[in-house]
Design a protein around this ligand. Structure first.
Ligand code: HAM
Length: 416
């Protein structure tokens, strides 16, 4: 027997999964986003240049496919943002802001645990080419409204931070480096490497000792230029005015390199260690970094569908999940009624009704049991007598009552 690859999942019931996707599509189309699709295979180099050469995603988590002949290395996409920006540049999209979403599987070679998979799913949305920080407030409100109103979630928090512009960041990295110099003997070995290679990542360290050392670390929001400082103030003000509850989290730096200014995560305690079920932020340089002619300030986020599913499991009773259509199951009693059963089924399906036929030669009793298990509203029994008289015995599976009606009247009877 073969087993699924570690960190992947089989979905045998997609009702909730599809509910999230359908609701998100409807919600986003009201905000004038359009759906796009990009490939799962992308150039490896693209992620080095965007997600970041020194990020965990690129250094440790890529599923790569070795270059063939004179082609370049390719990989399974670990996230969608660089793909969307590549598509923006490659297709010379002119109209901005370009508001798009895409969804599907992403791949990261991580240690699997609850809410963390090697093949997982994101619903990813981006607004490419929009400078104003007010767009960030609008975008975050859109997400908050989605989780609260459409998915009926309430046990979550929104964490936000502001990473400033590139020059703020440059200055802050120096301030942080000085602060860490004073603690160098006490840092874990990973943080010592982070300090040299990607210093902001020290805040992602899970080591409790490091975390307690960083309690007094300088905050990037205390080291902003005037323009960023007023934008950061405006963002918080707008969120308050839009009734979005949030917590400022000074150590939220996000694990991907392209962010500047606004960053945020929606988290829920119900998820345990992997608490973020949606995350994103502003990124103003990615278009030029990936070869676009001019910078396009942008903002985006990705909803982790697998983690959102875990959250919805506990509230699904309150959700307006799509009702299954009434099913009629046809029970031909003998082989001689099989053709008639097919014709009746085809007639019902042609009229837009849902029907299935039991063709395994079981006894009536066991066919009734099967029809019940299938959730049938009606069992349509066809034996030699019914065949002879051009009739069908219709058994209502909820009330248990039966009626014999003419085959010709069946569609009208089931529709009413
Ligand atoms: P990210 O924080 O790497 O951001 O991922 C976004 C979300 O995807 C996470 O909050 C989590 O819910 C889900 N996720 C990530 N890795 C896994 C995993 N191994 N298993 C299950 N779920 C996972 C991004 O990917 C950015 N591209 C978001 C973005 C879009 N920023 C701007 N635009």
């Amino acid at each position: 027997m073969f087993r699924k690859i570690k960190g992947t999942q089989d979905f045998l019931d997609l009702t909730l999964f599809n509910f999230i996707i359908d609701q998100a599509k409807k919600h986003l189309s009201c905000y004038r986003f359009t759906e796009i699709a990009t490939p799962i295979l992308e150039p490896l180099e693209m992620y080095k240049r965007s997600t970041g050469e020194e990020t965990e995603v690129v250094t440790k988590q890529m599923f790569t496919i070795e270059a063939r002949k004179d082609e370049d290395w390719i990989c399974l996409r670990p996230e969608a943002t660089p793909s969307v920006i590549r598509a923006f540049i490659e297709n010379s999209v002119q109209q901005t802001p370009w508001k798009v979403y895409t969804w599907g599987p992403m791949f990261r070679y991580e240690r699997p645990q609850k809410g963390r998979y090697r093949q997982f799913h994101q619903f990813n949305m981006e607004i490419v080419g929009s400078q104003s920080i007010a767009q960030d407030a609008h975008f975050i409100k859109m997400l908050d409204r989605f989780f609260h109103d459409k998915l009926m979630l309430n046990n979550y928090a929104l964490l936000i931070n502001y990473l400033g512009c590139p020059s703020d960041r440059e200055l802050f990295l120096g301030v942080l480096d000085k602060f860490l110099d004073g603690l160098i003997e006490q840092l874990c070995s990973e943080c010592k490497i982070r300090k040299e290679k990607n210093i902001l990542r020290v805040f992602d360290c899970k080591n409790p000792n490091c975390q307690s050392l960083y309690k007094d670390a300088p905050r990037i929001t205390d080291n902003l230029c005037d323009e960023c400082n007023s934008e950061w103030g405006a963002l918080q003000e707008q969120l308050v005015l839009l009734s979005v509850s949030f917590t400022v989290q000074p150590k939220l730096v996000r694990g991907l390199d392209y962010y500047s200014k606004t960053v945020f995560e929606f988290v829920s305690q119900n998820l345990g260690a992997q608490s973020a079920f949606c995350a994103g932020g502003r990124y103003n340089k990615l278009v030029s970094q990936l070869g676009g002619k001019k910078d396009q300030p942008s903002i985006g986020a990705a909803i982790g569908i697998d983690r959102t599913l875990l959250l919805l499991e506990t509230v699904k009773e309150n959700l307006p999940l799509p009702q299954e259509s009434a099913l009629s199951v046809i029970l031909p009693i003998e082989n001689a009624q099989y053709t008639l059963a097919l014709l009746i089924a085809d007639n019902l399906q042609n009229a837009g009704l849902c029907a299935d036929v039991l063709l395994e030669g079981d006894s009536v009793k066991s066919m009734m049991r099967k029809a019940n298990k299938m959730g049938a509203k009606y069992a349509l029994i066809i034996g030699p007598d019914e065949q002879q008289e051009k009739k069908v015995t219709v058994k209502d599976m909820v009330t248990g009552s039966s009626e014999t009606i003419l085959q010709i009247d069946l569609v009208d009877y089931l529709k009413k």
